[in-house]
Design a protein around this ligand. Sequence first.
Ligand SMILES: NC(=O)c1ccc[n+]([C@@H]2O[C@H](COP(=O)([O-])OP(=O)(O)OC[C@H]3O[C@@H](n4cnc5c(N)ncnc54)[C@H](OP(=O)(O)O)[C@@H]3O)[C@@H](O)[C@H]2O)c1
Length: 305
Amino acid sequence: MRIASRPTLFNSATALTLQGCERPQYNRPMPIRTRFAFVGAGQMTEALVAGLVTSGTVAPECLSAGDPSPIRRDHLRTRYNIATFEDNRAALAGADLVCFCVEPQILDDVLRDVLPALSPHQLILSVAAGYPIARLAGIIGPSYGIVRGMPNTPSALGAGVTALSFSPGLPTADQQAAIRLFEAIGEVCVVEERLMDTVTGLSGSGPAYVFTMIEALADGGVLMGLPRQTAQLLAAQTVAGAARMVLEQGEHPGVLKDRVASPGGTTIAGLRRLEEGRLRATLIAAVEAATHRSHELGRSEHSHS
Ligand SMILES: NC(=O)c1ccc[n+]([C@@H]2O[C@H](COP(=O)([O-])OP(=O)(O)OC[C@H]3O[C@@H](n4cnc5c(N)ncnc54)[C@H](OP(=O)(O)O)[C@@H]3O)[C@@H](O)[C@H]2O)c1
């Protein structure tokens, strides 16, 4: 099988801006997907809603969310001014695109529950880790267009990255609609579905790895005498700046690393300790472990864990 080493990349600079629920005007025919319903109003839904609303991509009145938790419903309603419902079926009524943002362990049941209220004109999107398109189609039927997405929480700031896979034969216009939606909140790449667990283990779970690294770097600064706030600023901005260099300069990270490691200097001394602590091997193993967990979660029958 071909490895998606060079996924199709789309630049967020092309993000579509929609005000209100008007029909967008594209250069080529596009589907009308302007009302978005979220099933589940947790962290991922909030990241997507925040990104879409604050970027002006979608007006709040075009968004709705269903969730049994009154706390989550109140939070999304008051903070983002979107409609929220206890009943998922009410949330997705009239939506053009329905995004399932619940834990994979409960998605089977949630899909069966909302099925009578779904209609094949709706584009179905799931961000549930590990949950295959075929399993989703097996529950809702073959007449739906399905998009499987793996975004991450920096989407809330428009700084996310989302991988997308499409159900076989999904019309190009529907693919473009999904791509444009996620372009509004970050970068988008399209991958073969078999690689989605790996995406989950890397960029889906990745913000947590980076938070842990930032915390640890700041701890090191505090250990060596810096005030906590200063140490955290230095750590976080260092990670953000280094990431920008990789993205914008297009150089291999190893080349950039070599440039700052002067002979006998401070950086090579620090790098040696990272090697002793097996930082790189540990990060590789973390992606591997999260990939396996994604695979387990999406295939198991109600394996609450
Ligand atoms: N968080 C991430 O960084 C991330 C990244 C990529 C993909 N994802 C995927 O996004 C999905 C949601 O993750 P999350 O982090 O947003 O989890 P979360 O914060 O726990 O949100 C899930 C929400 O769904 C609610 N819920 C439970 N049963 C429901 C039902 N029957 N109908 C509607 N809503 C229901 C939960 O309410 P209760 O809390 O009351 O149960 C909770 O508010 C998962 O499949 C995950 O794999 C997450």
